[in-house]
Design a protein around this ligand. Structure first.
Ligand code: PMP
Length: 293
């Protein structure tokens, strides 16, 4: 069945949901987006995703042409038109169409706004959550904040895609990216944690995206008697960890059992990771903004 997609004020069937080929989102990756998830008819942490969307827009000096309440309603209505109970939601705001040349002032007609809501998303093979993911450390370093803040969720994903292509070439499930100094930054589209004793550790967000799932996992950790810490760490800490996992809206919590051919812990999804996966599942299926009020 065709999805119904919101494009610039209209709801259109997927096959007719198009944007201008002169859109600077297409030409230059000039735009921002979000990845949001719905569970059991509720949108999980919609407010935090909107905070990040508006912050990303501000960071690239792009004015979202909707007030937050109005964009919220557009997102909810896109979900309703697609009868979403469980699904994945993708708002995209680009600089809009303009003449060739990167200057955003060329985009005179204003930003393009798209919202897609689809019933499923799968990032990794089906048994990845039961048996764990195998990562390789990418030879591409995460773009440093001195060049482009990795905290902006922009349409420029080529740095991440290069890492993912490399992981694919090695037959791994996902790439682990280091920052320019050699500290662990994040996976290609997910945050990264290690766990040892009853502490979980993730890098500060200066070198990665401030993930909504990352934040949720840190809150949950405190609630289930674990200590969550943020600080830089290296591959040494990954090798020495008892457990590792990735977090992301689409990925949720994914156990990592191998990095660069080395088993993490005993090479099986760990106890802490499993406890967090359960707590996460309980939370996402009970909390969130109702789609059908
Ligand atoms: N890092 C990157 C580069 C991402 O694209 C994402 C989102 N898929 C994440 C981390 C995880 O963020 P969130 O938990 O908000 O989805």
């Amino acid at each position: 069945m065709e999805l119904i997609v919101y494009v610039n004020g209209k709801f259109r069937p997927q096959s007719e949901a198009t944007v201008n080929v002169f859109d600077h989102g297409l030409l230059y990756g000039d735009g921002i987006f979000e990845g949001i998830r719905a569970y059991s008819g509720r949108i999980f942490k919609l407010e935090r995703h909107l905070d990040r969307l508006y912050a990303s827009a501000k960071a690239i000096d792009l004015k979202i042409p909707h007030r937050r309440e109005d964009l919220t309603e557009i997102i909810l209505e896109t979900c309703r038109r697609n009868k979403i109970q469980d699904g994945y939601i993708r708002p995209i705001i680009t600089r809009g169409p303009g003449d060739l040349g990167i200057d955003p002032r060329k985009c005179k007609s204003g930003p393009t706004v798209v919202v897609i809501a689809q019933p499923t998303i799968a990032l990794y093979r089906g048994d990845a959550y039961e048996h764990g993911l195998r990562l390789v450390t990418s030879s591409y370093r995460r773009v440093p904040p001195q060049s482009l803040s990795p905290s902006i969720k922009s349409l420029n994903y080529l740095n991440n895609i290069m890492a993912r292509v490399e992981a694919n070439q090695y037959g791994a499930d996902e790439a682990l990216m280091l920052d320019i100094q050699g500290y662990v930054a994040e996976a290609s589209a997910d945050n990264f944690f290690i766990a040892r004793d009853s502490t979980i550790l993730t890098p500060w967000t200066s070198t990665n995206l401030p993930g909504v799932t990352r934040e949720t996992v840190m809150e949950l950790a405190a609630q289930i008697g674990l200590t969550a810490k943020e600080r830089p760490f290296t591959l040494y800490d990954v090798w020495a960890a008892d457990e590792a996992f990735i977090t992301g809206t689409a990925a949720e919590i994914g156990p990592v059992v191998e990095v660069d051919g080395r088993p993490i812990g005993d090479g099986k999804p760990g106890k802490i990771t499993k406890r967090l996966m359960k707590a996460f599942r309980d939370l996402v299926t009970t909390k969130g903004t109702p789609i059908y009020a």
